[in-house]
Design a protein around this ligand. Structure first.
Ligand code: KG4
Length: 340
């Protein structure tokens, strides 16, 4: 009998539902929340309210697009954490209620596991190209910057992570600081494409081991712009492309430096990326160049699967379901990785 998984994602500001049949994606519906734009960042209370409004139509649409009736589902996979607690509560409670009503098992998924398995989302008519285990995943989003060693779909180890800001946060905060808008990553990405990445230089962190730090790069940009603006009030406007390109290059240098080191230390050449920042054109390009130079096999997730989506939660849930994982109905969401 076919295994049909409904995936539900609500960890931050995207409400998403996806349906997977025997590992192949049938639908992936995402409602992104626009209410945060005016605030320059996600407002947790507004996010949970929007999830409450979106969850029923999004799940209904995912089932409709897939041509699947709710009682045909084998299991319901949902993001238990990490993320914003109020947002996670909506998806978790919905999954529990649906599981109870349909008498179907529920399977909890760690959001990060979804991102690191994004290359396993199979689509009809799209050639399959999946990393071999073990592989390294550079997981870069608004909440995380990590190098993860993935030994199997259910086993992974964090080799290094940020000790302060996530790299996506650095993109977002700097964009806000420069008055460019939110979310900053895509805006800086497109301005950077028109600028000179070697024009300006910002301080790079010197952190031991495989950990990251991004707050210093951000402060370096802030002070540099402040000092230049004191000399020429038009400095920002005249140089924003070069500023974005140079800042983006600094972040990419930092990310790649530790990834190269992790690949050398573990002798792993299967390399993937995941998370919102893995949509970045400069980072994708550098990953391919570095991969060619170092004889890595590089796997880049499709851009539509880099930001938060339920397809990756359904895939992670499918692996867990096949391994016999069933989550009790008294499960509660968790906001932090450490509580998982
Ligand atoms: O994975 P994601 O959708 O949400 C979580 O943080 O879990 O990632 C969102 C982050 C934001 O910080 C956003 O600015 C960044 O991903 N992002 C990008 C790009 N697209 C999204 N950063 C750099 N370049 C991009 N093209």
């Amino acid at each position: 009998m076919a295994e049909i998984i409904l995936g539900i994602e609500s960890s931050c500001d995207d409400t998403s539902a996806a349906v997977l049949r025997d590992g192949v994606l049938l639908s992936n519906v995402i409602a992104s929340q626009q209410v945060h734009k005016d605030f320059g960042g996600v407002v947790p209370e507004l996010a949970s309210r929007a999830h409450e409004q979106n969850i029923v139509p999004v799940v209904s649409e995912a089932l409709r697009k897939a041509g699947i009736k709710a009682d045909e589902l084998s299991a319901i996979a949902f993001t238990r954490g990490p993320g914003l607690l109020g947002s996670l509560l909506v998806g978790t409670s919905f999954a529990k209620a649906l599981g109870l009503a349909l008498d179907k098992p529920i399977v909890m998924v760690n959001h990060l596991q979804g991102h690191i398995l994004a290359n396993f989302i199979r689509q009809e008519g799209v050639p399959v190209r999946e990393p071999q285990f073990p592989y390294l995943c550079l997981l870069v989003s608004g909440g995380n910057s990590q190098i993860v060693k993935v030994t199997s779909p259910l086993e992974y180890e964090i080799l290094g992570q940020t000790i302060d800001d996530a790299v996506g946060e650095a993109f977002d905060k700097c964009s806000k600081m420069l008055g460019l808008g939110y979310p900053g990553g895509p805006i800086i990405d497109s301005l950077a494409a028109q600028g000179d990445p070697d024009r300006f230089h910002f301080a790079k962190p010197n952190i031991p081991g495989l950990d990251y730090s991004f707050s210093g790069v951000k402060t370096s940009l802030l002070y540099f712009v402040r000092d230049e603006m004191a000399k020429d009030p038009q400095f920002l406007e005249k140089n924003k492309e070069d500023l974005c390109a140079s800042f983006q290059k600094t972040l990419i240098d930092v990310l790649m430096g530790k990834l190269v080191r992790a690949a050398k230390e573990t002798r792993i050449r299967e390399i993937t990326m995941g998370g919102g920042v893995s949509a970045n054109s400069g980072l994708r390009q550098r990953m391919l160049e570095e991969g060619a130079r170092r004889h890595w096999n590089v796997y880049l997730p499709e851009r539509k699967f880099t930001t938060d989506n339920a397809a990756m939660i359904a895939v992670a849930g499918w692996f867990a379901y096949k391994a016999g994982v069933r989550t009790p109905l008294d499960v509660a969401p968790v906001s932090r990785m450490a509580d998982f």
